[in-house]
Design a protein around this ligand. Structure first.
Ligand code: AP5
Length: 217
């Protein structure tokens, strides 16, 4: 299974990717997670990426493509992958196509998770992530049983530094300008399916599974 999850910040790419990993046994490759890990570790790459991430801008293609090339060459990606948050502009999409052509492993699906803007803002301001296992919650929509504590592993729940209202607005603007053109790009390659992204998380997973099984969304 080789798929791209496309969608605005907060559309549920990470939430759905975690479920698909559990069901299909292929890795989630999230450039956002890889970049946050580099920032946390204080690597030279992380230091370069931090300013762009805090402002809600895209990190340079050079950094992101280097990371993706390395990640996709790891053993666990040989049987497939779920790309979450990559590609994010036309030049990244073109570079990905060329990378996968060299590996003779072309993409099979690009799934666009579609959510209205007002809902996106609510989701992002309420998001909390487990610092230990990465499970995702929402204080408004799917709170943990005990505030600040992960239901799954007891880890501490934290808020991402780019989940404040000003940065969220900028991230949404960057999405419209730079990432939305990928909807047409994958449409032209007959890889695109748009999945309505509102409603219960399980229902959205079921819509995705129907597409992966070859049925309509
Ligand atoms: P990244 O980490 O990719 O962030 P993003 O695209 O802004 O997406 P999010 O992680 O915010 O949202 P999501 O769609 O995964 O939603 P989630 O499932 O968490 O990127 C961060 C930054 O890194 C970028 O701004 C950029 O600087 C840099 N970067 C990353 N990739 C890059 C690239 N390729 N090139 C250049 N720069 C790059 O859900 C959100 C919330 O909603 C959660 O609380 C969740 O519980 C809730 N939720 C999910 N589904 C539902 C539902 N159905 N109903 C109710 N609530 C729901």
């Amino acid at each position: 299974m080789r798929i791209v999850l496309l969608g605005a910040p907060g559309s549920g790419k990470g939430t759905q990717a975690q479920r698909l990993v559990a069901r299909h046994g292929v890795p989630q490759v999230s450039t956002g997670d890889l970049l946050r890990a580099a920032v946390k570790a204080g690597t030279p790459l992380g230091r370069q990426a931090k300013a762009a991430m805090d402002a809600g801008e895209l990190v340079s293609d050079e950094i992101v493509l280097g990371m993706i090339r390395e990640r996709l060459s790891e053993q666990d990606a040989a049987s497939g992958f779920i790309l979450d948050g990559f590609p994010r502009n036309l030049s990244q999409a073109d570079a990905l196509d060329r990378m996968l052509a060299q590996l003779t492993q072309p993409l099979e699906h690009a799934l666009h998770i579609d959510v209205p803007e007002a809902e996106l803002i609510k989701r992002l301001t309420g998001r909390r992530t487990c610092s230990s296992c990465g499970a995702v919650y929402n204080t408004h929509l799917s709170p943990p049983q005990q505030a600040g504590v992960c239901d799954k592993c007891g880890g501490e729940l934290i808020q991402r530094s780019d989940d404040n209202e000003e940065t969220i607005r900028n991230r949404l603007g960057v999405y419209t300008e730079q990432t939305q053109p990928l909807i047409a790009y994958y449409g032209q390659q007959s890889l695109l399916t748009t999945i309505p992204g509102t409603g219960p998380v399980d229902e959205i997973t079921a819509r995705i599974e129907r597409v992966l099984a070859g049925d309509a969304a």
